[in-house]
Design a protein around this ligand. Structure first.
Ligand SMILES: [Zn+2]
Length: 148
């Protein structure tokens, strides 16, 4: 009997015969499973290899320059994808409003006045139930006129 393995792609789980040239093979040869394997590899490489990250980001910038409307057009061509993403984002936004992050409590230092607003530029993002992944942002400048 041959040495079979079960594909590790969630939702596949098919029994396959590993290729002898690929040690540690955990995904079957189906296109979808190979895509999952590549995506995982890419994500890991991106997170751990600064050179790879730099290369990928530069390539992305180049693509953006070449076709600045790519995502706009993609969303028009793939309405189901857009709708699903909007739904997911809406759920994330609602969850965020329901469970705000724990406030950060710093050890107070009596010698330094505590001013929660630091002079500088801030991005303001309107929050409403239909907020999507790329909301309309605006940049404002806030100047603190008094400490504490
Ligand atoms: Zn598979």
């Amino acid at each position: 009997m041959k040495n079979h393995k079960r594909c590790q792609n969630i939702g596949c789980g098919v029994l396959f015969t590993p290729c002898p040239q690929v040690p540690g093979q955990v995904y079957c040869s189906r296109k979808a499973c190979q895509q999952v394997r590549k995506n995982k590899w890419n994500r890991k490489k991106f997170a751990t290899d600064p050179d790879y990250r730099e290369y990928k980001q530069a390539a992305q910038e180049k693509r953006k320059e070449k076709n600045p409307n790519y995502w706009k057009e993609y969303r028009v061509r793939h309405p189901a994808y857009t709708q699903t993403n909007r739904e997911k984002q809406r759920i994330r936004n609602q969850k965020r409003l329901k469970d705000p992050p724990e406030p950060v409590i710093a050890t107070p230092d009596e010698s330094v006045p505590v001013n929660p607003i630091v002079t500088g530029r801030y991005k303001i993002i309107p929050i409403h139930p239909d907020m999507i992944a790329t909301p309309d942002e605006c940049i404002v400048e806030i100047t603190a006129i008094a400490d504490g």
